[in-house]
Design a protein around this ligand. Structure first.
Ligand code: PMP
Length: 428
């Protein structure tokens, strides 16, 4: 290349490239199953009603559009609120003691929390490896590569049964992970497979991390979005924190999906110590602030104000819980609708996994060739891995899709039948 730089073309990010191809497609039947965003029945974005209420109140208080700097660690009241949402504090320790174990800073959403955490560990713990599930959110690879920590993969998905490969994960970590290695764990709604360990399995994973002195790094991007209950979706994080107090760990927390605040970039990073010590905690936070200062100085304001407004009002918190129910239950309904269609069409293969998986995505089990055929022939866009974001589908009885004018920018109930029919065709 004719530049002073030593650069080679970087392959485009698959999800954003897919989105670009989708928008350029002029076919009226096109369907986007790529990017993980929640859509309404009509294929429109869904600003959470509770978020809109909070925005209105903040505007009235003249509080939403204040543009002053915050602290380097972020909006201080927000940090406590984010921590309490994640950890709940129903464990054995007293609340004050538990809080003195956790250092929290504000980040640029979940991605920023993952990145800051990776960088922090690379500087101050120097793990020999980070273990990522195979598969994992693709950006985990970039994030850990940028932090300079060698990556290894533990088995996670058993393709033949389309289920969680618990044995594979445990055996690999048991025999190959080294003391001090970081293990990346998805707190709930594993992306991309939608398969999570059950509680018994989480207990075994925690025991293994403790015994082998591995460092659990939780990525929590879907708290409340997966099951509808923020408590239930934080179960694994809270179990590790409360039951393994001698083990240090950390959590990257995103508010993008559960508050629908995608572009606002709201997130937090929590480092959990193996003892209650406000002085050690403050040193940890100070070091995190050092990294933040050199990178982005501090996180952004407005999104945090919205979360703060909601989680400091009992009434708004209750309404937010209802919003979570709306989103999570529709995803479940959509899974059922897609499953029902495939069964009705007697599409070859088993499809139970579509209803058994949880969260925003379905790992369909379609091959890259079938995925390509869906795009080529039906203008249906999903990831090469077969991951489909089904958050826009609705549940209605079967009908002939041709009679409907399809909303040209999302999956909606109107195209569940179309999608199922297309899958059926590319599978046969
Ligand atoms: N981790 C996982 C597993 C995710 O799926 C996502 C969202 N796609 C994120 C982190 C980060 O999301 P954000 O930066 O938008 O908060």
């Amino acid at each position: 290349l004719d530049t002073r730089l030593d650069v080679a073309p970087v392959p485009p990010d698959e999800i954003f490239a897919l989105n670009g191809a989708y928008f350029a497609d002029t076919d009226p039947h096109k369907v986007s199953l790529g990017v993980g965003v929640y859509r309404t029945d009509d294929g429109k974005p869904w600003p959470l009603p509770t978020v809109q209420k909070a925005e209105k109140a903040l505007v009235e208080d003249n509080d939403l559009f204040r543009h002053e700097y915050t602290a380097i660690e972020g909006d201080v009241p927000f940090l406590g609120i984010a921590r309490d949402l994640m950890f709940g504090f129903e464990g054995k320790q007293s609340e004050e003691e538990a809080k003195a174990r956790i250092g929290t800073v504000q980040t640029v959403a979940g991605t920023g929390a993952n990145h800051l955490g990776a960088l922090f560990l690379a500087h101050h713990m120097k793990p020999r490896n980070v273990w990522l599930s195979n598969p994992s959110w693709a950006n985990h690879q970039t994030i850990w590569d940028l932090a300079g920590v060698p990556r290894k993969a533990y088995p996670y998905y058993h393709a033949a049964t389309r289920s969680f490969d618990f044995e594979g994960m445990m055996n690999t970590l048991e025999s190959e992970a080294l003391e001090g290695d970081a293990v990346l764990l998805h707190a709930c709604a594993h992306n991309p497979t939608g398969l999570d360990p059950n509680k018994e399995q989480w207990v075994a994973i925690a025991d293994l991390c403790e015994r082998k002195k591995l460092f659990p790094f939780f990525d929590s991007a879907y708290q409340g979005f997966a099951s509808g209950s923020p408590e239930e979706d934080a179960w694994a994080v809270r179990y590790f924190f409360n039951n393994k107090p001698d083990m240090e760990m950390c959590v990257a927390q995103s508010f993008s999906k559960n508050f629908g605040l995608y572009g606002q970039r709201v997130g937090a990073f929590h480092y959990c110590l193996n003892r209650s010590s406000t002085s050690i905690r403050d040193v940890v936070v100070g070091n995190l602030c050092h990294l933040i200062r050199g990178e982005f100085s501090m996180g952004p304001r407005s999104g945090c104000s919205i979360v703060k407004k909601i989680l400091t009002s009992g009434e708004l918190t209750a309404e937010w819980n209802q919003d979570l129910q709306v989103m999570s239950s529709r995803i479940k309904t959509m899974r059922q609708a897609l499953y029902n269609e495939l069964i009705r069409l007697q599409t070859p293969g088993t499809w139970e996994h579509i209803i058994d998986q949880s969260g925003m995505f379905s790992y369909t089990g379609l091959s890259p060739k079938q995925v390509y055929a869906l795009k080529d022939k039906y203008h249906i866009y999903l990831l090469k891995s077969g991951r489909a974001s089904i958050s826009g589908c609705k549940d209605t009885p079967h009908y002939d899709y041709k009679e409907y004018e399809l909303t040209p920018c999302t999956v909606s109930q109107k195209n569940v039948a179309y999608v199922a029919q297309a899958i059926d065709d590319v599978i046969r």
